[in-house]
Design a protein around this ligand. Sequence first.
Ligand code: ZN
Length: 139
Amino acid sequence: MTIRVTLQKEGNRSRREYRTHARAIGALEKWFSSNKGIALLYQPGEQPIVYRSRHELPIVKRSTQTNFYRTKAWRELRLSILLESGCSCKICGITAERGAVLHVDHIKPRSLYPELALDKSNLQVLCEDCNIAKSNNDL
Ligand SMILES: [Zn+2]
């Protein structure tokens, strides 16, 4: 999904694109805090929305999902899980040495069991293919 935004200020126009609605709104909040102008927001399949001040912007919940994978706690845990696994996929056994892209997977998904996000017993190393197959099964 691409959210397109057009910013208009004193006859100047600039266009930007965002991957999510929340990011677009966040960027508009910032823009309105130091600019006076008009912002047009285009979502695929919907009428453009015009905003004239930050007070008109919808309130969006900040996503914590992307931040989790950047935390020190996660990165350290992830590395130790990878090393303990011998850098190999738990299901098919392929190794990073043989070119596999390895993921550290939450056996019980984080969305449903956030309290197990940093629980070692809930983590396993999977190659990309096995991980995709697993997420399809989860659905
Ligand atoms: Zn595998």
